[in-house]
Structures are given as structure tokens and as C-alpha cells.
Design a protein around this ligand. Structure first.
Ligand code: NAP
Length: 547
């Protein structure tokens, strides 16, 4: 951190053009664009004691990204793409964290990042036309623009289970994992949750713990990741083809470098589809779902693919009872975020791994040495790991007490679910932009592509504002309501609403309104909407010019 910023931090007050909240993929790139490219004064407030966002907090054993390494990175700098070398097909948490720290150094970002500064309040001052932002340490900033880069999956969900204070062992949450290594050897460990995170951590804990008990509420589909070291020569070849990788990602619905194959599963013969599915299963990864185009559009196609995975689960498991518990029956493949795994189902064949279906045999309460289930079973535990996910998409935004024009309060405005214009702006909150906010494709995409698109769009808008003396930019109410309706209609044109209890709807958080939050129309389509809005004088945004 530069000396002048340190001094200002001591003075506990700072005036800036823009404040960015969060130092993950989005915040770092936004800072680079505003400070290094547009020459605006900008800084990041970050709650953690280090940069990295998701990859700072989720450092549990086995944490790894589901997007492939050479696509899960910034594409704005050719030099960076040439310079950084990934080691495996999918990047592990520590490698991503190393990458982000490398980027922060390379683009000289660290001097404008304030760590350990959790934002507690942001208020729009209608007289000064500036945001007043306060952090938990009492630090106060004023800025013309407020940009949230808080991530979609960053507010840990801690389910309320009675008797927790009686428990004598350790309780950990995957989304707030300790900095130091956790030693499971010789311990009885309980994992609650079998989402993408549980599916990654379970095989890793099973290797170390003397006993692992998984408490599963909903069985989940998973496809093998088939992770492996990248072949020698991969990087060199990749560097000759960067534009083509980029183009493919930008043209796809989900920001990965492929589109779904143009064939329908339900219209493909039994033999042919089995061959295709077997090949896709052997190749592994998120592309499995896209081996046909209609998995999230046609119920019978979805059913065939779901049955294929259920059969795989049965084949892998040595124990029919466990296989039955692990076979999803209440939702189709892909209607909830599909995980990919390394030896997940195989792990249940280990002798030290036990499984309970707490969807039927519910969790009752903690006792000093374990967890009691409703049938009276006592599950002994030295350590309980909550892999219970997040208050997704809105959780972190609503924790910051954001108050806009005329006391518009974000918590009140979103009581019935988030309403945004393009997932970027909210009526009543001038000069505030939400990177990968609800109503944008975000979690349905390879995140760095959605992030770069949002950051580039916001940066162009702020450049326009600077050049044209714009004081206020605010999403119009009608534009916001129309977009919010479009987000809802887009989800309904797919099978996504059938994902029972999905966090896409906020269904994992009690009391949260049931609203499909991400935009399901595809990143490619969404880009066009955003480009059209910009080229039509930022249609749907009210601009107030300095006269
Ligand atoms: P999640 O998908 O929300 O899964 C949480 C799990 O905890 C579910 O199995 C849920 O059961 C269970 N659960 C929640 N409350 C419970 C309770 N009170 N009692 C018993 N079980 C309970 O969360 P996640 O696994 O952390 O994943 C969230 C998202 O993060 C993923 O979908 C993905 O987008 C992202 N992620 C990505 C990666 C990657 O790229 N490799 C890795 C991890 C996470 P129910 O299903 O019944 O609610």
C-alpha cells in the first residue's frame, strides 16, 4: 500500500472517484480498468486478510474449479495469457490464488487495496451526489461511484441446528475455511451437504479421517471431472490459438469454449446415444451435459441423461443401499448446478465411510460428542464440516446496508426478490453497479467471461460519464421491472425451475423469496442486450449532466 493511502487509512477518511467492494476476480479487474486505464482514483475494500475472493475463503481440501484452467482466467491481457502457465486441466484453489496474487502484482493493484475492511454501510448522499461508505473498523470513504464485486457465492449458509453450543468438537464451514491446515487423521468427521463443495471435500477427508460420516439431505448428480496434468506443449499450442479460444467462449451460452451439440437426445437412437454418452462420460467435465442440446429443454431427454448417470452410480457402488441413497430422484440432471468430481461415488465404497439420508432421517440436534438423528441414531463426531453452501447472489449485497436515493433501502426493495436492470443497476441507487449481480448470467457461466463482460461494460459507461460530465446514472424503474420479468420468463423457458430446492431460487435459505435469480437466456444473448443498451445512449439509464 502506498504511503499516502496508509496515511489516509490512519486518518480514517478517503475521497475517491470509485470504491470497489471485493478483491476477487471482478474487483481486481475493475480496479485495473478504472485506475490504470481510465485514470480515475479508485480503491478496493476487501473483508478478507488477502485478495482472491471465493478462492481466498474456500480453501478446503479438494477445492478446485470446474472450469478448465486456460479458460478460467483473464483474457484482457495477451501478455498475461502468454506469461501464466497452468499445471492441470482444472485449476486447484491454491493455484488460482497464486494466479490472482500474480495479477495483482503485475498490474500494480496492491497499493489500492484495503484488506480487513468489511463494508457495513453505504449511503447515497443526494446533496454531494456521492456514496458514503463505512467499514467495520470505522474507516470512511466517499466516492462518486460504488461498484460491488462481492461475488455470487460468498455469504456462507450456516443452518440452525439446535444444541450446537453443547458440541465439544470443532465446527468448520467450507466457505470460511481456516488458513492453517486442518488435520483429520485419527478423527471421526461428519460432513453435512453434498453440493459441489461436499462432493469435492468428501473424497479428500475420507483419505485422512479414521471415520467419515456423510449426512446427505438431497442426492446429487455428478460427472467425473477427469482432472490430469496438462500435457507438455499445451501452453505453447494454446498461445498460438488464444483468439479462437476467446471467440468460442464469447459466442457460447455459458462462457465455456464450446456450444451444445446440435442434436436432440430424445430423437437419437438407443445405441447411438449410449455411445455418445459413454464417450462424454469418459471425457468428463461440464461438457457432458452439452453432448445434446435439449437436456434443459425437453423432459424426456433430461430423463434419459439422468437415468444414464443413475446407472453409473449403481455400477460404481458396491452396496445397493448406499447406491439407492446416492441416486437423485427428485430433480433432473442439470436443473440444479451440476457438480463434477474426482472419485466421489467411489469414496462410498471405503470401509471408513458411512452415509445417512437426513432427508428422511432428519438431523435433530448436536450433542457434546456428535449429532443425533430423528430415529435416535447418534453419529459420533470430533469434527463437523458444514458444506452447506451460500446465501447465493443476494446474501453479500444485502449484508452491507445499502441505502440509495430518498432512503431507498436495498433490503426493502428486494424483499420479494432481487430486481435489477441487466443485473447491473438498481432503480433508486444512482452510480451503483453490481458486477455479476442477480439478473445477469453470472453463475450459469464460466465466471471470468461474465466478469470481464460486466467490468468492460461498466468501465465504458464510466469513461462516457467522465467525458460528458455525467453526475448521476440511475436505472429507470420501468427498464428494471421489464428486465426482471424477462429474467423470470427466460428461466421458465427451460427446465431450470424444476430444480427442487435449488439455490438458484434461494430455496436453501429459509424465508428467502422464491425467485430465479440468474439470467438463463445465455451469455451470448445477454452480451447483445448490453451492447444495444450502450449503443442506444445507455437506454434505460437516466443520466444527469453537470450543467
Ligand atoms: P450447495 O450446492 O448449496 O450445497 C449445499 C449442500 O448442503 C446441499 O447438499 C444441501 O442439501 C445441504 N444442506 C444445506 N442445509 C442443510 C441442512 N440444514 N441439513 C442438511 N443438509 C443441508 O452449496 P455448495 O456445495 O457450496 O455449492 C454452491 C455452489 O458453489 C455450487 O453450486 C457451484 O456453483 C459453486 N462451487 C463451485 C465449485 C467448483 O467450481 N468446483 C466448487 C464448489 C462450489 P439440499 O440440496 O437438500 O439443500
Amino acid at each position: 500500500m502506498s504511503r499516502s493511502l496508509k496515511t489516509k487509512l490512519k486518518q480514517k477518511e478517503l475521497q475517491l472517484d470509485a470504491v470497489i467492494i471485493g478483491a476477487g476476480f471482478s474487483g481486481l479487474y475493475q480496479l485495473h480498468c478504472l485506475r490504470n486505464e481510465l485514470n480515475l482514483s479508485a480503491a478496493i475494500l476487501e473483508a478478507g486478510n488477502g485478495i482472491g475472493g471465493t478462492w481466498y475463503w474456500n480453501r478446503y481440501p479438494g477445492a478446485r474449479c470446474d472450469s478448465e484452467s486456460h479458460t478460467y482466467c483473464y483474457y484482457f491481457s495477451r501478455e498475461l495469457l502468454n506469461e501464466w502457465r497452468w499445471s492441470e486441466r482444472y485449476p486447484k484453489q491454491s493455484e488460482i490464488l497464486e494466479y490472482l496474487n500474480f495479477c495483482a502484482k503485475k498490474f500494480d493493484l496492491e497499493r489500492s487495496i484495503y484488506l480487513n475492511q468489511r463494508v457495513k454501510q453505504a449511503i447515497w448522499n443526494e446533496i454531494s451526489l456521492r456514496w458514503e461508505i463505512r467499514t467495520a473498523t470505522g474507516f470512511r470513504l466517499e466516492a462518486k461511484f460504488l461498484i460491488t464485486a462481492v461475488g455470487c457465492l460468498s455469504s456462507a449458509n450456516h443452518p440452525k441446528i439446535s444444541g450446537v453450543s453443547n458440541f465439544a468438537g470443532d465446527i468448520l464451514h467450507t466457505g470460511e475455511w481456516p488458513q492453517e491446515k486442518v488435520d483429520f487423521s485419527g478423527k471421526s468427521v461428519v460432513v453435512i451437504g453434498t453440493g459441489s463443495t461436499g462432493i469435492q471435500i468428501i473424497p479428500n477427508i475420507a483419505k485422512d479421517a479414521s471415520k467419515l460420516t456423510v449426512l446427505q439431505r438431497t442426492a446429487n448428480f455428478s460427472v467425473p471431472a477427469r482432472n490430469a496434468p496438462l500435457e507438455k506443449g499445451f501452453h505453447k499450442k494454446f498461445c498460438t490459438d488464444i483468439d479462437s479460444w476467446h471467440r468460442k467462449m464469447l459466442d457460447s451460452r455459458h462462457g465455456h469454449p464450446w456450444n451444445a451439440e446440435t442434436r436432440k437426445l430424445c430423437e437419437t437412437s438407443y445405441e447411438e446415444r449410449n455411445e455418445i454418452l459413454e464417450t462424454a462420460w469418459r471425457n468428463g467435465g461440464l461438457r457432458f451435459k452439452d453432448s445434446f442440446e435439449d437436456i434443459l429443454l425437453d423432459e424426456s431427454s433430461n430423463q434419459i441423461m439422468s437415468d444414464f448417470i443413475r446407472l453409473k452410480i449403481k455400477d460404481i457402488l458396491n452396496d445397493n443401499v448406499k447406491a439407492k441413497i446416492l441416486s437423485p430422484f427428485d430433480h433432473g440432471f442439470g436443473t440444479k448446478r451440476p457438480p463434477i468430481d474426482t472419485n466421489y461415488f467411489e469414496t462410498y465404497n471405503r470401509e471408513n465411510v458411512e452415509l445417512f439420508d437426513v432427508g428422511i432421517n432428519n438431523i435433530c440436534n448436536f450433542e457434546s460428542d456428535g449429532i443425533k438423528l430423528s430415529d435416535g441414531t447418534k453419529v459420533p463426531a470430533d469434527v463437523v464440516v458444514f458444506a452447506t453452501g451460500f446465501d447465493a447472489m443476494t446474501g453479500s449485497l444485502l449484508k452491507m446496508n445499502i441505502v440509495g436515493r430518498k432512503t431507498f433501502n436495498l433490503n426493502n426493495e428486494w424483499q420479494e426478490g432481487p430486481k435489477t436492470y441487466l443485473g447491473l443497476g438498481v432503480h433508486g441507487f444512482p452510480n451503483m453497479f453490481t458486477i455479476t449481480g442477480p439478473g445477469s448470467p453470472s453463475v450459469l457461466t464460466n465466471m471470468p467471461r461474465a466478469i470481464e463482460q460486466h467490468v468492460d461494460w461498466i468501465s465504458s459507461l464510466l469513461s462516457y460519464a467522465k467525458a460528458n460530465n455525467v453526475n448521476e446514472i440511475e436505472a429507470e424503474r420501468e427498464a428494471m421491472l421489464e428486465w426482471t420479468e424477462h429474467v423470470s420468463v427466460s428461466a421458465k423457458s427451460t427446465l431450470l425451475p424444476k430444480g427442487k430446492n435449488s439455490w438458484y431460487f434461494g430455496a436453501n435459505i429459509s424465508g428467502k423469496p422464491s425467485v430465479f435469480m440468474p439470467y438463463a437466456g445465455g451469455l451470448n444473448t445477454y452480451r447483445t442486450y448490453c451492447e444495444n443498451v450502450a449503443s442506444n445512449g445507455y437506454k434505460g439509464f437516466r443520466m444527469k449532466y453537470d450543467t
